[in-house]
Write a protein that binds this ligand. Structure first.
Ligand SMILES: *Cc1c(COP(=O)(O)O)cnc(C)c1O
Length: 359
């Protein structure tokens, strides 16, 4: 039975990767051990970690003057770690507010310094991203933080903001690896793994080396990027199984055409769903066309009383986890890299049927 899983996260993984994990579960490459049972300092796991980093660097084109850190604590810990490490003697940082995840990042940063909100789309329930030329930036900001893809609102910013000399910081949790991005334009990128990378429990940070090493007084050892950068993410036990699985996902990306191919398929998948939403009054996309996410697509029914029937029928058609976030309502289809085109085609076919029988 083929099911399609539209969860926002933890989310669908490539079937080929899950099958490889299964095949290697009990005995990894003749070692007689599961990856879960290996010392993180042993030669087998050190090899797995080195390959995962090298493959991620290749897939994303990460320049040599950036560190790649494999951490725990989720993207949510980065909401604190970023200001603790990047304020670097300055009093204030710039934040763009485009939705639920931006708000959480802002709330946390305020514990460590002043926050200047450069622009907000709260006036229209976070259904768009304010244009870059309207942002009210502070010339003295330590960094500029934004959320290129708001997972809950389904709002994506496609152009990378030109922050000049101010380090640009991005919470890429739900957009990393979905399309090529010029890493050199960023000071720091972070992402929880459970959307588009691998299992929950792994958090990836990509940080320009010159930004490391000047933390706020009182910063815990584990919250200092330098601790992890100086120890190749092995200061303490890293999330070994997550790193291994993420490494298999990076290899899967490489053997499937890399991020250029991902973008092409992701645009095709999202295009199919958005054209369905735009073709009828029965369904509706709440997001401004210029900011419609390739990864997370919230949609509503004109008659919200039909939501439960829609979700029940979807489940019967093996289309799972489509319920929308409570702040937006309706439905949300998350269609990360691992969602095949056939999954989106099946969803659109179900939407057509449902509309015929209830429209
Ligand atoms: C899921 C998500 C988070 C929170 O991630 P955790 O790993 O659960 O802390 C933060 N930001 C964005 C954009 C997300 O999608």
């Amino acid at each position: 039975m083929t099911i399609y899983n539209f969860s926002a996260g933890p989310a669908v993984l490539p079937k080929a990767v899950l099958q490889q994990v299964q095949a290697e579960m009990v005995d990894w490459h003749g070692s007689g051990m599961s990856v879960m049972e290996m010392s993180h300092r042993g030669k087998e796991f050190m090899g797995i970690a080195a390959a995962a980093e090298a493959d991620l660097r290749e897939v994303m084109g990460i320049p040599a003057n950036y560190k790649v850190l494999f951490l725990q604590g989720g993207a949510s810990s980065q909401f604190a770690m970023v200001p603790m490490n990047l304020l670097r003697g300055k009093a204030s940082a710039d934040y763009l507010n485009t939705g639920e995840w931006s708000k959480k990042a802002i709330k946390e940063a305020k514990k460590y310094g002043a926050v200047n909100v450069v622009a907000t789309s709260e006036d229209k329930n976070f259904s768009y991203a304010p244009a870059f030329d309207t942002w009210k930036r502070d010339a003295n900001a330590a960094y500029l933080h934004y959320t290129p893809n708001e997972t809950i609102g389904g709002v994506e910013i496609f152009d990378i903001p030109d922050s000049g000399d101010t380090p640009l910081v991005a919470d890429m949790s739900s957009t990393i690896l979905s399309r090529p991005m010029d890493v050199s334009k960023f000071g720091l990128i972070y992402a929880g793994a459970q959307k588009n990378i691998g299992p929950a429990g792994l958090t990836i940070v990509i940080v320009r080396e010159d930004l490391i090493g000047e933390t706020l007084k009182g910063t815990p050892t584990m919250f200092d990027y330098k601790t992890h950068a100086d120890n190749e993410s092995m200061y303490n036990t890293p999330p070994t199984f997550g790193m291994y699985t993420a490494g298999l996902v990076f290899k899967w990306l490489q053997s499937n055409g890399g991020l250029t191919a991902m973008e092409k398929t992701n645009r095709e998948k999202a295009g199919l769903l958005y054209s369905k939403l735009d073709s009828t009054g029965f369904y509706n996309s709440p997001v401004a066309p210029a900011n419609r996410s390739l990864m997370n697509i919230p949609f509503t029914l004109a008659d919200a009383a039909l939501d439960d029937a829609f979700l029940k029928g979807a489940k019967e058609a093996n289309l799972l986890q489509l319920k929308g976030h409570r702040s937006v309502g309706g439905m949300r289809a998350s269609i990360y890299n691992a969602m095949p085109l056939a999954g989106v085609q099946a969803l659109v076919a179900y939407m057509n049927d449902f509309e015929k029988s209830h429209g």
